[in-house]
Write a protein that binds this ligand. Structure first.
Ligand SMILES: [Ca+2]
Length: 575
């Protein structure tokens, strides 16, 4: 198995070598020659052998050639770094600090870097905790969740709170630099308006890991009703109506709620605007879409009137949960688990997986089944995805300007991006917390899957750093290992082929002035928009006022806000 893995790794290195030779990346020579030497335990001899294969490097040794690969341990003598990071609820069930986490200790053994964690109290908001720490001047060496501080990255750098990492990555960030080279757009995503890189960003480098949400339906009800999953908008209406009128839960009452909502992250009717070819969820890119290179706010999208009119009709006909704007995650789950909900928008794990796992099949319907549905084909003949993730998340870790062990801090974060570091963070130690099967798929061992009194994700959080801070990369092994049901694995193939041509990029960059102006404008726009949407859907606001609503948003400065976003989008495209 190990040999096979190594052969595959070498084959991939060779491919990379070819690819970067063709694209002529600045740092490709130094990087590709070292890619195979990333194994933590591999000897120095390996890397020096690799050096010999890069003749052009030796002729101009003074020229910057990008970061050098390195071996663990990171430092010869143990150093301690302090780290601000949230103690995830899944870990706090069994740990009082991440210092007790097995993989944190294992990484310390390999790296010689001891991490002293500072976990903010769950009683204060993250923003408040970060702001307080920054104001006190007593700042940890590594700061996770830095994006939640009130000051943006550029301000934190210019105020001397955190380090600009660009030059440090050039010097020591071998694996992060490789990510830049292998993922077009990634570097632009992590670079601020002022050209700073202020953090190591959390990321999803393997494509399947970027897809973990979809529409979900009671597949057993569709079978009972003898209908297929809908692929077009009118088929959606037919499906919801059939659920409403066909008594699929068999209790003789029309008590079914054909589409239910979870108001958290606007996982409700806002996600249904994809049926009309635009994004209406403020939670996602401030309700913006891209139409032919233009940033368009929801109320200005061509399908807007059609969307709100349809939602109003569906609401009036009882096809949408009457609590669609008020119910929380608990309320939504309860409706699914008590056989009242027909469909919803939800997550692969927290939705499909959790619900399949917590349903009472003995008391309830033994055929209970949830499956993902594709984004439907709109009247334009296309299926639009607005909600998948990009390789670069918005979160990440910064390094304090007061850090005394900068090289160790950079490399501690950087190694998490190496192939070995990725699987170590997510899965722990091979042979102890995980094993590879004969197909090369990593599985958690019984230590985790049979941990007493802990759910799978809680057990993972006790022993590994999969899915929680301070890991960097959500890798494909973890993505796969946390799925207990085939229905969860169906999400990626179900939604991956939709076009993302109208999806507004997650990380548009603004100058500090632009950001502050945008925040001011959007604060009022957001509340007026959401109030209006709720009114139109529920009927509290007559549909005859849609035009006045759109006009009012414009008087509130919508055009100016969109112009700021448009400029940022144009820069993003040009980068
Ligand atoms: Ca019924």
């Amino acid at each position: 198995m190990k040999n096979m893995k190594r052969i595959i790794a070498l084959a991939m290195v060779f491919l990379l070598l070819l690819t970067s030779a063709c694209t002529g990346n600045q740092n490709s020579k130094a990087d590709t020659s070292k890619a195979e030497s990333s194994k933590a335990e591999s000897s120095k001899a390996d890397s020096s052998k690799a050096d010999a294969s890069t003749p052009s490097e030796t002729s101009t040794p003074e020229e910057p050639t990008g970061p050098e690969p390195y071996e663990l341990p990171i430092v010869a003598n143990k150093v301690t770094l302090t780290m601000f990071s949230v103690l995830d609820g899944k870990a706090s069930v069994s740990l009082s600090s991440m210092e007790e986490n097995f993989t944190v200790q294992y990484y310390e053994e390999l790296s010689n870097v001891h991490i002293q964690f500072f976990h903010p109290s769950s009683a204060t908001s993250l923003t408040e905790a970060l702001n307080t720490m920054i104001a006190s001047g007593e700042i940890t060496d590594i700061i996770f969740n830095i994006q939640s501080a009130t000051d943006g990255i550029d301000a934190l750098i210019s105020n001397g709170v955190i380090l600009r990492l660009n030059e440090l990555i050039d010097k020591w960030g071998y694996y992060y630099n490789k990510v830049f080279e292998e993922n077009p757009g990634f570097k632009a995503s992590v670079t601020t308006y002022d050209g700073n890189i202020g953090m190591y960003s959390t990321s999803r480098l393997d494509e399947p890991t970027r897809f973990f949400e979809s529409y979900v339906v009671r597949k057993d009800w569709l079978d009972t009703l003898k209908i297929e999953k809908p692929t077009k908008v009118d088929e959606w209406y037919d499906m919801l109506t059939a659920i409403k009128t066909g008594d699929p839960n068999g209790n003789g009452q029309a008590d079914e709620l054909p589409f239910v909502s979870n108001s958290n992250e606007e996982m409700g009717i806002y996600r249904l605007s994809a049926l009309f070819g635009f994004n209406s969820s403020y939670y996602k890119q401030m309700a913006c879409s891209i139409f032919d290179g233009k940033v368009v706010f929801a109320s200005e999208a061509p399908g807007f009137t059609d969307f709100v009119t349809t939602m109003n009709k569906w609401y009036a006909e009882g096809l949408l949960d009457p609590e669609t704007f008020s119910t929380d995650a608990a309320g939504w789950k309860e409706k699914v688990l008590t056989d009242r909900a027909g469909s919803f928008y939800g997550k692969m794990n927290g939705g499909i997986g959790t619900l399949l796992g917590s349903y009472d099949y003995e008391k309830g319907d033994p055929n209970f089944n949830l499956e993902p549905m594709a984004y439907p084909i709109t009247s334009e003949g296309k299926s639009f995805d607005f909600f998948s993730q990009e390789p670069c998340d918005n979160g990440g870790a910064a390094i304090s300007a007061k850090c005394k062990e900068v090289e160790a801090a950079v490399k501690y974060l950087d190694y998490m991006y190496s192939p070995e570091g990725q699987i170590m963070m997510d899965m722990g130690k091979e042979g102890y917390t995980y094993e590879f099967d004969s197909n090369g798929v990593a599985h958690y061992t019984d230590l985790i899957t049979k941990a007493e009194g802990l759910s799978l994700v809680q057990a993972i959080a006790k022993y590994c750093i999969g899915g929680i801070m301070p890991r960097m990369v959500n890798d494909k092994y973890y993505w796969d290992a946390v799925m207990s049901y085939d229905q969860q694995r169906m999400v990626y193939p179900t939604v991956k082929d939709s076009t993302r041509e109208r999806k507004c990029p997650q990380s548009l960059k603004y100058s500090q002035e632009e950001q502050s102006r945008l925040n001011t404008l959007m604060a009022d726009i957001e509340s007026y928009y959401k109030e209006g949407m709720q009114g139109f859907v529920t009927g509290a606001k007559p549909l005859s006022e849609v035009e006045a609503f759109r006009a009012q948003l414009k008087t509130m400065g919508l055009d100016e806000a969109v112009a700021i976003m448009q400029a940022a989008y144009d820069r993003y495209i040009a980068a």
